[in-house]
Design a protein around this ligand. Structure first.
Ligand SMILES: NC(=O)c1ccc[n+]([C@@H]2O[C@H](COP(=O)([O-])OP(=O)(O)OC[C@H]3O[C@@H](n4cnc5c(N)ncnc54)[C@H](OP(=O)(O)O)[C@@H]3O)[C@@H](O)[C@H]2O)c1
Length: 339
C-alpha cells in the first residue's frame, strides 16, 4: 500500500498566503487496476497563477499545481515504468492516474504527457523553460508582439521564469534591444552580465520613468507585461506609435482584494494617441502547439541562444515556503521544489 503526502486547502488565501491556509495530510492509495499507472513526484512547480486560481475552487481540494513525476508501477502499456510525465496533479507526492478519467481538479491545461530524456539537462526544465513558462514566453511574445529586428522591448518581472526567457528570445533570436525591470540589484546585474540584456531597472530603488528615458531614448516598441499596475502605466507612456503590449500577468495585484484593486495611472491617453495594441492571453490558447514550443525552446538552449536558471527548494514539506518566497520575489529564474 502506497501512502501519498498531499497539501489540501483549508482556508482560501486572503492577502498574502499563510502556511495555515494549507494542511499536509497523508492518503492511502488504492492498488492500480488495468489502464492505470502510479507516479512519484520528483519536482514540483510553484507558480504565480496558483494564488488567483486556488481561491476559485472549493476548500478541501489538493492544492493545484504541476509536477515532473516518474512512473513507478504501471498497468498501461502506453505509460511504462521508468518513464517520466508532466502532469497537473497538484501538490502531492504520489498519484494513481487513469489517462481516460478526469483529474480531481480540471484546469485549462494539458492532460499528463510523457516527456523525453534530455540527456545532460535536468528533467525539472519541463516545469520551466521547457514547460508552461517557456511556452508562455515563446507564444506570448512571438504571436502577440510582432517583433522586428532593431526594435526596443521592455519586459517586467524580467528576472523570473517567463520574463528572463522573453528577454533572451527578443535579444538573441529577434535582435531587439532589451530592457528588463526587476526587484533587486542582484537580479538586474544577472540580467545584464549573464543574460545579455542591454540594461535593467530596479523598480524598488529607481524612478522607472527617468531610468527608462535614459535606457530607451528613442522610446519603447514592445512591452511584455508580467506585473501590471503602476510599473506598466509608466512604461505605456513611453511607447512609440503602433507599439504592442502583451499582457501576460498582473502579479502586483494577485494578493489584493478584487473588489478594491489598487488604483494606478490611466492608460487610455497613451493607448489612443500612440495607437497602441494591447492583448491579454492565457498560454493554454496554444495547447495544440505545446510540443512545438517545447522543441523550439530546447533547440535555443542547445544552440546557446537562451540560458536558464532555477531556484530550487529541497523537500516536499517545504512547498508552501517555496510558493510564498516566489510571490515575494526571492526566486531568480524558475522556482521549483525538488522532492
Ligand atoms: N498568461 C499566462 O498564460 C501566464 C503563464 C505563466 C505566467 N504568467 C504570469 O507571468 C508572470 C510571471 O510568472 P513567472 O512564472 O515567470 O513568475 P516569476 O517571475 O518567476 O516569479 C514571480 C516574480 O514576480 C515578481 N513580483 C512579485 N510581486 C511583485 C510586484 N508587486 N510588482 C512587481 N513584481 C512583483 C517577483 O520578482 P521581483 O523581485 O522582480 O519583484 C517574483 O520573483 C506572473 O504574473 C504570472 O501570473 C502568465
Amino acid at each position: 500500500m502506497v501512502k501519498a503526502k498531499k497539501f489540501v486547502t483549508v482556508k482560501h488565501f486572503q492577502g498574502e498566503p499563510k502556511p495555515s491556509d494549507l494542511k499536509l495530510v497523508e492518503e492511502e492509495l488504492k492498488p492500480i487496476t488495468d489502464g492505470e499507472f502510479l507516479v512519484e513526484a520528483e519536482y514540483l512547480s510553484v507558480d504565480p497563477y496558483m494564488r488567483p486560481y486556488a481561491v476559485q475552487y472549493p476548500l478541501g481540494i489538493t492544492m493545484i499545481g504541476s509536477q515532473v513525476a516518474k512512473i513507478i508501477e504501471s498497468k498501461n502499456p502506453d505509460y511504462p515504468v521508468g518513464k517520466r510525465i508532466v502532469g497537473y496533479l497538484g501538490w502531492r507526492t504520489h498519484t494513481v492516474i487513469n489517462p481516460n478519467m478526469p483529474p480531481e481538479i480540471e484546469l485549462p491545461s494539458q492532460k499528463p504527457y510523457l516527456i523525453s530524456d534530455i540527456g545532460d539537462l535536468p528533467p525539472s526544465l519541463y516545469l520551466g523553460v521547457l514547460g508552461m513558462p517557456g511556452n508562455t514566453a515563446y507564444f506570448g511574445f512571438e504571436k502577440l508582439c510582432s517583433p522586428k529586428s532593431g526594435e526596443t522591448l521592455v519586459v517586467s518581472g524580467a528576472a523570473g521564469a517567463v520574463g528572463s526567457h522573453v528577454g533572451q528570445i527578443a535579444k538573441n533570436v529577434f535582435g531587439l534591444t532589451v530592457i528588463g525591470i526587476a526587484g533587486s540589484n542582484e537580479k538586474c546585474k544577472w540580467l545584464v552580465d549573464e543574460l545579455g540584456f542591454d540594461s535593467a531597472i530596479n523598480y524598488k530603488t529607481q524612478n522607472i520613468s527617468s531610468a527608462l528615458k535614459k535606457a530607451a531614448p528613442k522610446g519603447v516598441d514592445i512591452y511584455f507585461d508580467n506585473v501590471g499596475g503602476e510599473i506598466s502605466s509608466t512604461v505605456l507612456y513611453q511607447m512609440n506609435s503602433f507599439g504592442r503590449i502583451s499582457v501576460c500577468g498582473s502579479i502586483s495585484s494577485y494578493n489584493e482584494d478584487h473588489s478594491s484593486l489598487p488604483k494606478c495611472t490611466q492608460i487610455q491617453a497613451a493607448m489612443v494617441f500612440k495607437q497602441l495594441k494591447m492583448e491579454g492571453f492565457v498560454v493554454t490558447r496554444w495547447n495544440d502547439q505545446w510540443q512545438e514550443g517545447i522543441q523550439k525552446n530546447l533547440q535555443w538552449i542547445r544552440e546557446g541562444k537562451v540560458r536558464y536558471r532555477e531556484t530550487v527548494t529541497k523537500g516536499f514539506e517545504n512547498m508552501f515556503e517555496a510558493f510564498s518566497e516566489m510571490l515575494k520575489g526571492k526566486n531568480v529564474g524558475k522556482a521549483i521544489v525538488q522532492v
